[in-house]
Design a protein around this ligand. Structure first.
Ligand code: AMP
Ligand code: GLY
Length: 435
């Protein structure tokens, strides 16, 4: 007799979570999907449940009452605040309620940039040179005598606002003062990392691990700046495509051997076994590949094209990392990807990443050609049979195609069918892959 299907919970509200849900819904093992809190699009895949921020007890109640076998954490804040530790303290995995994501200690690879930098030095993982300062006058002395540009990073989580590229002494000293004295980022800026500026091509590698073995997805490139040509302020990401033509098998092997494997082994050695998705933000410099940052979760929007390309059953992959007694180990599973390209263009609200309005009706979703394109929702809500904008990044239009050029064109043809008051998107997503 076939085993009963299982239920899944996804924590988060972005396009990343919608795409993970979309992929999990296709699993032969998955029945119902729940989202905390989800968005307008995830409502069509399952049930959205809203809770007070970080109400772990409530999550436990939902996991038990809805009989959830696998909880997938999209958002770093829950991880850094110890949601995985909470599951283990409450013995949930012993009761068949598993969770995909690293513990609080392992999440420090994202939650504390000073930990991550020192860890990389200790484990000989290539990264930009740096100094760490807690005291403003020490930082000021250093900044008066260094070369520019230079990069200043707040130690803690800052929702993408903790990195400043400073072109001169005035900018750098103002930034250091803002973080260390004015506390513009609160506790996250109690310590700063002053880092060598690296130039080159930037890519993301996402890889999943059970703490022992790590397996990467295809290479993927995000577009962080708001305007075409990588201009303007940083955003959460305005689009992504995969795979990247200039990332060869040889490069992927190098990333695997010099970055992914030593990171997982180093974390395990320190008693910080990492089960979950490790996200390495990398720069291809003239002196080799260097790590810009690690994240302890899936990337957004990187996950959206990757979920389109992945052929494996995602439930099986995630369970092989989360349940040590699962019938298959991650080391025994081969990743399979369709031999295509995926391109994701983000539609945002006018004004994002600064001030923007919400509550605008979204039109044209029914015109999308579903044979080539999937629309994942991010900042949307569904009310009385209509979709409305509800955030800065609103929709992710993801197309599949046989070559990158055609895929990009399809994504743009499709996104132009959608409209809402103030819709904005970049016009050059993926172009760096065509050069
Ligand atoms: P992070 O949150 O550390 O990834 O930084 C956000 C963005 O800042 C990165 O995606 C890069 O585009 C840029 N960045 C971070 N560190 C450096 C660096 N050392 N040199 C140049 N750009 C950087
Ligand atoms: N796309 C970058 C991130 O998820 O942090």
């Amino acid at each position: 007799m076939m085993k009963e299907k299982t239920n899944v919970l996804i924590i988060g509200s972005g396009g990343r979570e919608h795409s993970l849900g979309w992929k999990l819904k296709q699993s032969k093992f998955v029945d119902n999907i729940y989202f905390i809190p989800g968005n307008g699009g995830t409502k069509l895949l399952g049930e959205n449940i809203s809770i007070e921020k970080n109400d772990f007890q409530k999550i436990k109640e939902i996991v038990e009452s809805k009989n959830i076998t696998l909880t997938v954490v999209g958002n770093e804040e829950f991880l850094v605040n110890g949601i995985v530790d909470f599951f283990y303290e409450e013995n949930l995995p012993k009761k068949n309620h598993f969770i995909f994501g690293p513990t609080k200690l392992a999440s420090e690879i994202e939650g504390s940039k000073s930990f991550a930098k020192n860890f990389m030095i200790k484990n000989k993982i290539p990264t930009a040179e740096f100094f760490i300062f807690k005291n403003f006058s020490d930082a000021e002395n250093y900044l008066k005598n260094c070369n520019y540009p230079i990069v200043i990073k707040a130690n803690g989580l800052a929702a993408g606002k903790g990195v400043a590229i400073c072109n001169n002494q005035f900018e750098s000293i103002t930034t250091a003062k803002n973080y260390l004295i004015e506390k513009t980022l609160g506790e996250s800026g109690n310590e700063i990392i002053v880092e060598e500026f690296l130039s080159g091509k930037e890519i993301s590698i996402l890889a999943i691990s059970d703490g022992n073995t790590i397996k990467p997805f295809l290479s993927v490139q995000d577009h962080k700046k708001i305007f075409d040509g990588d201009n303007g302020p940083n955003t959460g990401g305005m689009g992504a495509y995969s795979p990247i033509p200039f990332v060869s098998k040889k490069i992927m092997d190098e990333v695997y051997n010099t970055i992914l494997v030593p990171t997982i082994a180093g974390l395990k050695n320190e008693g910080r076994k990492f089960c979950g998705c490790l996200f390495a933000g990398l720069m291809f410099t003239k002196n080799g590949i260097k790590v810009l940052e690690f994240n302890c979760r899936f990337g957004d929007p990187e996950t959206q094209p990757l979920m389109q390309l992945l052929e494996n059953d995602l439930y099986e992959l995630l369970m092989s990392c989360s349940d040590s007694n699962y019938k298959k180990k991650i080391s025994e599973l081969d990743f399979k990807f369709t031999n295509k390209y995926a391109c994701c263009v983000v539609a945002s609200s006018n004004g994002y990443p600064n001030k923007y309005e919400i509550g605008k009706e979204i039109f044209g979703l029914e015109k999308i050609d579903s044979t080539t394109t999937t629309v994942f929702h991010a900042g949307t809500k569904f009310e009385n049979g209509k979709f409305f904008t509800n955030g800065g990044r609103v929709l992710n239009v993801v197309s599949l195609g046989n070559n990158l050029n055609e895929t990009i064109q399809t994504a743009y043809n499709e996104i132009k069918k959608i409209s809402f008051d103030g819709i904005y998107f970049r016009n050059d997503i993926g172009h760096c892959g065509l050069k």
